[in-house]
Design a protein around this ligand. Structure first.
Ligand code: AKG
Length: 270
């Protein structure tokens, strides 16, 4: 992956944050190594696994959680281990996230995508249609309005599969020889070809960020284990995802749990 930085388990200097902002703006994606400790991720994995096991497959389907063959996106109730600023407002990431989006950013959705053993490649897609459908290229050269923070809850390798990401596909390239990005998306949807995609292999504790406009798709899980990834979308305050959440809410936090959120972060959930 072209855009990759190691945070070495430390809050980054303003210079590193600026470098991260530039890399993300240029490539529409960024793999950040060593953001969380493995212990924290292992705790989240166990907590998620318990909740996931309690939810039947038919309930998942009823919730509209199916996002591919044996791949489910479940909105997570923000409570327990997940209701912690380290998870939703991590101090190693906040300067980067606010720098890319807004000091008043919001959590547009908070969930987990799990590819079960045997899950096939997901359809290649973008997570949201163009903001202005009749003039899709209008958003090509604007700053990001939303991005996904992906936190793998297990080590990712070729067998578990990762998310294939077409770096740079969030914008139309200035190079006239490059394909129109919506034509590229149509072509990839019709005939998947992963040769030009980045395939990050993050370990527990790493994170990758994806611009909401970037072309991507989850790869098959050929391992024997579930592959859950925490999938948190941050956005500018005016954005609402009216596309992905029909049957389940995009964010689920009770009034009681919201009171546990430090006051300075509460606006993120409004
Ligand atoms: O499973 C993955 O790696 C990606 C999932 C995804 O992109 C989605 O569900 O929109």
């Amino acid at each position: 992956m072209k855009a990759r930085l190691d945070l070495l388990h430390q809050p980054p200097s303003s210079q590193i944050t600026q470098q991260a902002v530039s890399l993300f703006q240029q490539h529409g994606a960024l793999w950040l190594e060593n953001v969380f400790s493995r212990e924290v991720i292992e705790m989240l994995r166990k907590s998620f696994q318990k909740r996931f096991e309690k939810t039947s497959r038919s309930d998942l389907v009823k919730r509209g959680a199916l996002v591919g063959d044996q791949r489910y996106m479940l909105t997570l109730d923000i409570k327990g281990k997940f209701n912690h600023p380290e998870v939703y407002a991590n101090d190693r990431l906040m300067p980067l996230l606010t720098g890319l989006l807004s000091p008043n950013l919001r959590i547009a959705s908070f969930g987990c995508v799990t590819a079960l053993p045997g899950a096939e490649d997901q359809s290649i897609h973008i997570d949201h249609p163009p903001l202005f459908e009749a003039t899709p290229h209008l958003t090509d050269n604007i700053p990001p309005y939303a991005l996904t923070m992906v936190v793998p809850l297990v080590d990712i390798d070729e067998r578990t599969g990762t998310t294939a990401i077409w770096e740079g596909s969030h914008k139309q390239s200035d190079d006239p020889n490059n394909a129109d990005r919506f034509e590229l998306l149509d072509r990839l949807m019709e005939k998947p070809d992963y040769s030009a995609a980045a395939k990050p292999l993050p370990r527990q504790g790493d994170v990758y960020l994806m611009d909401y406009r970037v072309i991507h798709g989850g790869l098959a899980n050929r391992s024997q284990i579930d592959r859950p990834i925490l999938y948190v979308v941050y956005s500018r305050p005016w954005f609402r995802d009216g596309f992905n959440f029909g049957k389940q809410p995009s964010v689920s936090i009770s009034a009681k749990q919201l009171r546990k959120v430090p006051k300075r972060f509460r606006q993120m959930f409004r």
